[in-house]
Design a protein around this ligand. Sequence first.
Ligand code: ZN
Ligand code: ZN
Length: 391
Amino acid sequence: MTEKEILEQAKGIFPKLQKLRRKIHSNPELSFVEFETCKFIQNELSELGIESKVIGNTGVVATIGKGNQCVGLRADIDALPIKEETGLEFASLNEGVMHACGHDMHTTMLIGAAEILKKNEDSLGGIVKLIFQPGEEKLPGGASILIEEGVLENPKVDAIFGQHIYPGESEGTISLNSGPVMGAPDELYFTIKGTSTHAAQPHLGHDPIVAASQLIVHFQTLMTKYKDPIEAGVLSITSIKGGNSTNIIPDDVKLMGTLRSFNEQWRTEMHRLIEVNSKAVCELYGCEIEIEIKKGYPPVVNDEKITDLTINNAINLVGEDNTKVFEPKMWGEDFAFYGKNIPATFWFVGVRPKNLKTMPALHNSKLSPSENAMPIGTAMLVTAAINYLKG
Ligand SMILES: [Zn+2]
Ligand SMILES: [Zn+2]
């Protein structure tokens, strides 16, 4: 099958893709409780004559074809705790839960790819492993759990491909790049402990509000004076809570924030610096500090060889003009875990309607991606599998 033929087949199943996507969109489920979605996927695969099994409680894994080589295709299936405000006729029926990251489309496109691959099973020259992964949006990430449960073994997966919808580019485009494409997001929690006193007698206590304020400012210095300017990274304090009156210096202040990075070495060094500097700054004010750094996903780093292959696939499917360079983002994505084990690449399917210059971002309650992008994403998955197995 040529890329053109694959795209034609994907366009041919558009009405089905649309129906599936709308069904999934109406019935979103949160991370790690995707029980109905899981059943729905198994049912669709079974109608295509594909046997599947449950992995990691709410994930689904299946294979198509036979041979020595095995290529993985991954879609995430979970939704977010967001109240949908799109006004779509197929909007969420599950109040307060919404497919606001496009995982409804990811799931649909992988089912679509399964249909085309199954039809061409005899000529695949290898095995395609379909991975419908739960819990992308929540630590520790469904990918890490599935890997622990052996999703990359039996048969052993040689390389893996994944995709995400991308509101930053219009429908009809594919964006991708070798190397780091998404950052490692770590969660930061601080409790600064002082000694409460009357606000008119600050010398009798230790003021955690002043210590917290100095610390927040100091963190900015960490980013400008300790970080190599060439290195990408961001440290943002996103929450500050402490005190509830005008005349009392409180006992403690709580801060929350995020650290995002691409480079694992720098990330580890930052964790150390945050610890050392936080303690030193608080000590100046007679305060103590408790620090919790919850490590998020690793950075997503696209393997050069299979990314080159994928860029070629994209050019053949959507043309050179519509194959864009993806500018790395500091979003987190648990697809990163696969890439730590085997060659992996992750691309972005443009979903901005052609007539719009901008659209709501991922995780926005008004996100409404163009469904026209689905045949392209489906064809990208099929092409990735077929061309990889061709060698
Ligand atoms: Zn998301
Ligand atoms: Zn996502």
